[in-house]
Design a protein around this ligand. Structure first.
Ligand code: ZN
Length: 103
């Protein structure tokens, strides 16, 4: 009791973003390089990214590539990939995420 007012701290926002991402997480992301189905998907913190609902990353051990999957507004998703490409200094391909069961 008395601990309820720590909301708003960065740690909590990150935890909430990841919890939300977990709910939206696709069961499988196809590797961009070898198309193998990756099921070890990490939920990423997208709380600081405007228009992004959730972001996921999966690492393919077969070809040592990271594949990303992002859910959100189209413009925001494109901006996310541009930022990734700048950070990586290379072309980043959109991951193919199978959508979760329709709601
Ligand atoms: Zn691969």
């Amino acid at each position: 009791m008395g601990q309820a007012r720590i909301r708003g701290s960065r740690d909590i926002r990150v935890a909430e973003a990841i919890t939300k991402a977990d709910r939206l997480k696709p069961p499988v992301i196809a590797c961009n390089s070898c198309k193998i189905e990756l099921t070890e998907i990490a939920s990423l913190d997208a709380s600081g990214l405007k228009g992004i609902e959730a972001a996921f990353g999966a690492h393919c051990v077969a070809c040592d590539q990271d594949t990303w999957a992002v859910r959100g507004e189209i413009a925001a998703v494109q901006a996310f990939y541009v930022a990734l490409e700048k950070a990586a200094g290379a072309k980043v391909q959109l991951g193919i995420a199978k959508p979760p069961a329709p709601t």
